[in-house]
Design a protein around this ligand. Structure first.
Ligand SMILES: *Cc1c(COP(=O)(O)O)cnc(C)c1O
Length: 433
């Protein structure tokens, strides 16, 4: 492991390092070795217990990408880790915990009903199951095996089709795809729809948004004229904090959030929020019953962790939720800005991942290294760094990248890692192959 030498970093980042270590010490109730440079590279060193990543030979990475599941997304804040540890020490009645956590979350998030799910994907499946049940007489239904004779269409705009359609299909539901407003009205009038699905971030200014013709308000109004409940997938869409109640407030019957992205709860948790009639039905299909949600178990530790993460999130203001992300982006930008051909820019995607991302544009003919060589170099050298997957990509979800642009997602960086990332990118851009 290469170590950060504080003497090499700017006075600013040194000061921030010491501020961070003392606040970590206060939170954990322990005194880390403040002088140790290792604490920067391994911020969790103060927590007791065996390091199973080391034992298993699994490489720890610097996450300069963002809340990607393949990179295990967010790390939980200390208060959430502490709540999870405490919950692990006592058995409870699972049903009791599910009901009480749901009531607490609904109250804090200003909606009628709430359910801790195994993630946003699990929430979408349970939402679909709830709506199939509601549309078919509220009787418990065996999904997907009894879906054949039931009403089971979910209406979706073509531009909102995505990988998470699987979460809908899992129940036995089928998708009716629409493009124009007239097609949407006809699909709603047909009488076979159980739910609509709206992919919130599909409304970004570029990419797929060009083909989406129906906005949220109109989408809701028409479905509700036909008594069809509407689900919106807002998995990655916090911050802003207010999104946690914005969509239920607008009238969406069900809203899904990922627990382990911006909310920083357990990675295998999520939220289904909405009208109690539907969250109650979702609950019936959830574990530990024998329904379609049986395999989407959320353990007591994760339920408590999810609730603690919402408490942590709600202890912030809209402004403090943005953390020092801009400062991190500025620090990295300052470290590469005088490299020949380099231009930097910070962008904040409008909907999903609504936090500053640093774009570093460069000319490979000048730097002597291509985007893919650079990505590879950051990945293989120590410590291994993962950049945002929009690096070298065409514009996507509010990030105007291109073949010669690095995208640095700064929000999942641990304290001190911004300086490491800046130095390593600078070294890669200045050392000709
Ligand atoms: C991440 C994501 C999901 C899945 O969330 P999990 O919590 O990992 O299940 C679903 N939909 C969208 C739009 C996402 O970004």
């Amino acid at each position: 492991m290469s170590r950060l030498n504080p003497a090499e970093s700017s006075p600013l980042s040194r000061r921030r390092f010491f501020q961070w270590t003392s606040s970590l010490a206060a939170t954990l109730g322990v005194v880390p070795l403040l002088q140790s440079t290792e604490a920067l590279a391994a911020p969790a060193a103060a927590v007791s217990g065996e390091d199973y990543y080391a034992k298993l030979g699994v490489e720890k990475i610097i996450n300069a990408a963002g809340t990607y599941t393949t990179l295990t997304a967010a790390c939980m804040p200390a208060t959430v880790v502490a709540a999870v540890q405490k919950a692990a020490l006592h058995p409870v009645r699972l049903h009791d915990l599910q009901v009480k956590s749901g009531e607490y979350l609904a109250q804090r998030l200003k909606c009628e009903g709430a359910l801790v799910t195994s993630g946003a994907s699990g929430a979408i499946t349970l939402a679909t199951a709830a709506c199939m049940q509601a549309a078919n007489g509220n009787r418990p239904v065996d999904l997907p095996q009894k879906a054949e004779g039931l009403k089971k269409q979910v209406i979706v705009q073509r531009a909102h089709r995505y990988g998470y359609d699987h979460a809908i299909f899992l129940t036995g539901a089928r998708i009716t795809e629409v493009v124009t407003l007239d097609e949407y009205k006809a699909a709603c009038a047909k009488g076979d729809a159980v739910m609509t699905n709206f992919f919130n971030a599909a409304e970004e200014e570029d990419g797929i948004a060009a083909t989406a013709q129906i906005g949220r308000e109109e989408w809701l109004r028409i479905a509700h004229e036909h008594n069809i409940p509407c689900h919106i997938d807002a998995a990655a869409d916090m911050p802003p904090l207010s999104n946690l109640w914005k969509y239920t407030g607008m009238g969406f019957d069900l809203v899904s959030f990922s627990g382990g992205k911006g909310i920083r709860g357990p990675q295998n948790a999520g939220l289904l929020l909405g009208k109690k009639k539907y969250t109650d039905l979702a609950h019936q299909n959830n574990n530990p019953g024998e329904g379609v949600g049986r395999g989407m178990k959320v353990a007591k530790e994760q339920i408590v962790g999810m609730v603690a993460a919402i408490d942590w999130v709600l202890s912030h203001t809209e402004e403090s939720m943005q953390g020092d992300y801009q400062k991190r982006a500025d620090l990295i930008a300052s470290m590469v800005k005088n490299v020949p051909s380099v231009k930097t820019e910070t962008v904040v995607p409008k909907i999903a991942n609504h936090v500053p991302h640093l774009l570093i544009r460069f000319d490979p003919a000048v730097t002597g290294i291509t985007t893919s060589e650079l990505v590879n170099r950051l990945r293989t050298e120590q410590p291994s760094i993962e950049l945002n997957p929009n690096t070298g990509h065409k514009p996507n979800q509010g990030i105007p990248s291109d073949a010669n642009t690095l995208v640095v997602g700064v929000w999942m960086l641990q304290p001190g890692e911004d300086a490491i990332v800046g130095r390593r990118i600078r070294a890669a851009l200045t050392k000709k192959a």
